[in-house]
Write a protein that binds this ligand. Structure first.
Ligand code: HAM
Length: 420
């Protein structure tokens, strides 16, 4: 039997993992600058949390959840996203008694049983933030500015966001009535999914990927015409603040989101570079979710970035997040005594903080030198009988072959020579 990773999952190998680490480290640095602290929540939660949180009518809950009964007969689900679990924790851990806003960020794997294609997986990773406890538009703008600053720190170009407001439930009911009135005469032209959406969740009609439905959507009424005074003022202020911060955005009046909990501000970052699955980040305000999940009435706002898609974008823009070669030493050896000395010296150098390798595969000196050249380390030093006797050796820089005579058993001078 040859075992293979399940469809839609990936092994992230050491050669790739460096880019992931670089992204995650940048993300936490930027999030912490804004006062966000990392939270780690369970990979699985009760199924009901996601049904209520993400929304019963969404594709995620209807078709995509990895749900199972545990041995105690409880229905559990592998998280399809990060927000519901974070909100559950906010409520359960009594965070509403702490000074607001509560600012949390996370780096999680998530699971959706989707049709697998480039950029769409069954296990994927999200980098996300959630700010809970303020209804002010400053929070929306701050969260978007954080996203923008993260993109800038990566070195991404063209990071214009799509921005919209989907109002509060009050504006939305008037808007949904208008949408239904527009779509009703066109019902027969819609795909079967959209025919169901008309009853369950009319705003999702705007988001259908079928070309016939997309064409109809281009003429559909827009929510911005239905915002009440409060929602309109909120949206105007978010835009004003983003302009103040010179954060590029474009109002996209037919932008809607696939999860049920959003209110007012919604946004996405979509790239042309990464194919059909171009949505790299999605987020927005969700003022009703904490209460919906049994907590107090606490407004909130956040986003999540798909890490696989972001990495693809980084690559497409020709950005390298990692240095190819590390400052480090390969200690080659010839003869048994030198081998033992190299083994010991390698340990000392690692203790001093240096990347250091020595041969542990009984290779010939020639093979060791070949291995060293491909190791990604910056220097090589051969220890043999002569070097052991004299205490000196040639430190060779692999990039250009430059050699320096060093006292190899004086760690400080060796480390110094490697810097030069
Ligand atoms: P979402 O739009 O469902 O929002 O997902 C956020 C991002 O996760 C997407 O833009 C995409 O990059 C990535 N993603 C989603 N599904 C897949 C998949 N099957 N394969 C690869 N990447 C995927 C949320 O999850 C919300 N919780 C975001 C949020 C946080 N809103 C407020 N706070």
């Amino acid at each position: 039997m040859n075992y293979v990773a399940p469809k839609g999952t990936k092994d992230i190998l050491p050669s790739e993992v460096k880019s992931w680490q670089a992204l995650e480290s940048l993300f936490s640095q930027v999030a912490e600058r804004y006062g966000f602290g990392e939270i780690r929540v369970p990979t699985f939660e009760s199924t009901e949390l996601f049904q209520r949180g993400v929304g019963d009518g969404t594709d995620v809950v209807q078709k995509e959840m990895y749900t199972f009964l545990d041995k105690g007969g409880r229905s559990m689900t592998l998280r399809p996203e990060g927000t519901a679990g974070v909100v559950r924790s906010f409520i359960q851990r009594g965070m509403s008694s702490l000074p607001f806003p509560i600012k949390l960020y996370y780096m999680v794997n998530a699971f959706r049983y989707e049709n697998v294609q480039e950029g769409r997986y069954r296990e994927f990773h999200q980098l996300g933030v959630e700010a809970l406890g303020s209804a002010e538009p400053e929070v929306d703008a701050e969260v978007i500015a954080l996203l923008q600053q993260f993109f800038e720190a990566i070195g991404l170009k063209e990071t214009k966001l799509h921005l919209n407001s989907i109002g509060c439930p009050l504006c939305r009911s008037a808007y949904e009535a208008a949408l239904k009135a527009y779509y009703e005469p066109k019902r027969a032209e819609l795909c079967s999914d959209c025919q169901t959406r008309m009853e369950r969740n009319p705003m999702r009609l705007l988001d259908c990927k079928q070309s016939a439905c997309q064409k109809i959507a281009t003429e559909a009424p827009i929510i911005l015409d239905y915002l009440d005074e409060g929602c309109e003022a909120h949206f105007a202020r978010v835009r004003e603040l983003l302009e103040r911060l010179a954060v590029p955005y474009e109002v996209t009046p037919r932008l809607v989101r696939g999860l049920d909990y959003y209110t007012k501000t919604v946004f996405e970052y979509v790239s042309e570079n990464v194919g059909t699955q171009g949505t790299i980040c999605g987020g927005g305000r969700y003022d009703g979710l904490v209460e919906e999940l049994g907590g107090p009435s606490v407004p909130a706002c956040g986003f999540a970035i798909g890490e696989e898609r972001l990495l693809k974008e980084v690559q497409a823009q020709g950005i390298s997040l990692v240095e190819e070669n590390v400052q480090g030493l390969f200690l080659a050896h010839r003869g048994d005594e030198a081998k033992l000395k190299a083994f010991q010296l390698a340990q000392e150098l690692r203790k001093a903080g240096l990347h250091c390798q020595t041969d542990v595969c009984a290779r010939s000196l020639k093979a060791q030198m070949k291995y060293a050249a491909k190791s990604g380390l910056s220097h090589v030093l051969v220890l043999g009988e002569t070097e052991l006797e004299s205490g000196q050796g040639q430190l060779r820089r692999l990039s250009d072959g430059k050699e320096t005579l060093v006292e190899w058993n004086e760690l400080d001078s060796l480390l110094q020579a490697m810097k030069g």
